[in-house]
Design a protein around this ligand. Structure first.
Ligand SMILES: C[S@@+](CC[C@H](N)C(=O)[O-])C[C@H]1O[C@@H](n2cnc3c(N)ncnc32)[C@H](O)[C@@H]1O
Length: 208
């Protein structure tokens, strides 16, 4: 297989510390440049993820956590699909500042690498788009996602193809299937940042 060298596709992929990632987003959000770039780069992950989730969820009032919601691009897609009860969390205040009104019930600053403050079984679904990527949120966060999702609830997320094995997402997904925490309904390569030639794994699971 040809090595795509995904590590070198974007400057942000080089950052490893929380402080550097936060600073990067502070700069990237000036004049809403992040949103502009996502249009120009053909960032298809929010649409792909919401379309997949929408095939499985029929109750549009289900309580959804948008984990790593950023400027709200996945929330906007969820709203377009008719979902009404969405909660946004992210660790970058400058990204949260770009969210349009009336997308989320609440928006909160939360570090997803830390234990979540939510009760067990709190959400009907979690969506996490573009946030499992270089230097961002690690695979152990999936344990917390499972804990706060209710039985038979859904978790739908992307994993940047460049970190899938390196950050051990392959092992984590397997482990959670083997120990019967969840059933994998979809795990396939999907378009992600088309103009930068970066794809992602698109995963949908159902909590047991
Ligand atoms: C590429 S953006 C994607 C944002 C949004 N989900 C979307 O699809 O447009 C990645 C987001 O992950 C957030 N993020 C990175 N590390 C995080 C962490 N440890 N906890 C919470 N959010 C984090 C960043 O602040 C950023 O908003």
């Amino acid at each position: 297989m040809i090595n795509k060298d995904t590590d070198n596709k974007l400057p942000i992929y080089k950052l490893t510390s929380k402080d550097k990632v936060l600073k990067y987003y502070d700069d990237w959000t000036k004049n809403a440049q992040f949103n502009q770039d996502m249009i120009e780069w053909e960032y298809t992950a929010p649409v792909n993820t919401v379309q997949l989730l929408d095939k499985y969820i029929h109750d549009k009032n289900i309580k959804i956590l948008d984990a790593g919601c950023g400027s709200g691009l996945a929330g906007i897609e969820l709203k377009k699909s008719g979902f009404t009860n969405i909660y946004g969390v992210d660790f970058s205040q400058s990204m949260l500042n770009l969210i349009p009104n009336n997308i989320y019930q609440t928006v909160e600053l939360i570090d997803l690498n830390e234990p979540l403050k939510y009760d067990d079984n709190d959400f009907g679904a979690i969506i996490c788009v573009g946030t499992f990527t270089y230097g961002h949120v690690k695979a152990h966060a999936l344990d917390e996602f499972i804990r706060v999702t209710n039985k038979n609830g859904y978790i739908c997320f992307t994993i940047n193809e460049g970190i899938y094995t390196e950050y051990k997402f392959d092992k984590k997904i397997n482990e959670l299937s083997q120990n019967k925490s969840w059933e994998v309904l979809n795990l396939s390569k999907s378009s992600y940042i088309v103009n930068k030639d970066v794809e992602a794994w698109l995963c949908l699971v159902k909590k047991n």
